[in-house]
Design a protein around this ligand. Structure first.
Ligand code: SF4
Length: 291
């Protein structure tokens, strides 16, 4: 049995950068992180051990330092940190920051900002907070949206694929063009995410089983698993190597491994090592079953 890793997998640069910033900050004292620095239980536990606690709101903050995750927050966080008298580590991913700045600028120019994305996703909530109430997030381009000044700007949640954003834009424009005088499309999809989807599709072409490693609460990891299944390959989404079921490998020749943008290298390595161990046991297991 051959084990193949996707050409691009695991931590994106934004998540890697956020973890490094928070780890460096934790050396100076405890940190309360506003949400998980990364949607992965293995990393969250590790960070906890180094003094980084996850809190869901400012009301829960008790540490002298707070951290904003790669997903970012609204602009009010700077004043809120000052009011609380805490140090702020802002680990907003530069790509998310670009989307926030674009949203703020477009609202100032009179555009209605429409984000193609999940309204309750932390990154989308953060970008919307930069629109002074002039933004909305939708997934369905057929949804009825008010366009007060006939000026519309379309942005995307960074983790949506470029392909799906293109489809959203074309269907939205086809439906609403009669109500629009000026249209701006800002491509705020993240190339790192798209690279992982492309690499997963490529992997699917040569494998008869794919293991996707990553947190179950990670949207991009779930989407990776969906991408592999849509490519017609048997796919399992696991968080740790311990979840690997040897029965999945029966009759498989090439097993692919990919991982979401929030999955640490060690989790991927553990899965590959366990697969290698199971592959080595396979002939013996077959003999036993046959006997
Ligand atoms: S997926 Fe892209 S936008 Fe999101 S944190 Fe990673 S690099 Fe930044």
């Amino acid at each position: 049995m051959r084990i193949v890793r996707a050409k691009v997998l695991g931590f994106c640069f934004g998540v890697r950068r956020a973890i490094e910033m928070v780890q460096a900050g934790a050396q100076e004292g405890p940190i309360d992180s506003l949400g998980s620095v990364v949607h992965n239980p293995v990393v969250v536990q590790k960070l906890q051990a180094s003094g980084v606690r996850v809190v869901s709101s400012l009301a829960e903050v008790s540490a002298p330092t707070i951290a904003v995750t790669a997903h970012g927050r609204g602009p009010e966080i700077v004043q809120q940190a000052q009011a609380l008298g805490v140090r702020l580590i802002d680990a907003t991913c530069p790509i998310v920051r670009k989307a926030q700045k674009a949203a703020a600028r477009l609202v100032d120019e009179g555009f209605k900002v429409i984000i193609y994305g999940e309204a309750d996703h932390p990154e989308v909530r953060g970008v919307l907070a930069w629109t002074k109430g002039q933004g909305i997030a939708i997934l369905d381009p057929e949804e009825e949206v008010a366009i007060p000044r006939r000026k519309v700007a379309l942005l995307s949640q960074t983790t949506k694929s470029e392909e799906s954003f293109v489809q959203f834009v074309s269907r939205f424009v086809a439906r609403n063009i009669g109500r629009i005088n000026e249209l701006r499309v800002i491509n705020t999809t993240c190339p790192e995410t798209d690279e992982r989807y492309h690499a997963a599709r490529e992997l699917a072409e040569e494998c008869d089983l794919i293991i996707v490693v990553g947190g179950r609460n990670s949207a991009n990891t779930r989407k990776l698993a969906q991408t592999c299944r849509e490519a017609g390959v048997e796919t399992y989404h696991i968080e740790t190597a311990a979840e690997l079921d040897p029965a999945w490998l029966a009759g498989k020749e090439v097993v692919g491994v990919t991982a979401g943008a929030s999955t640490p290298d060690e989790s991927i390595d553990e899965v590959v090592e366990r697969l290698q161990a199971l592959a080595r046991q396979r002939p013996a297991a077959s003999t036993t079953q046959g006997g």
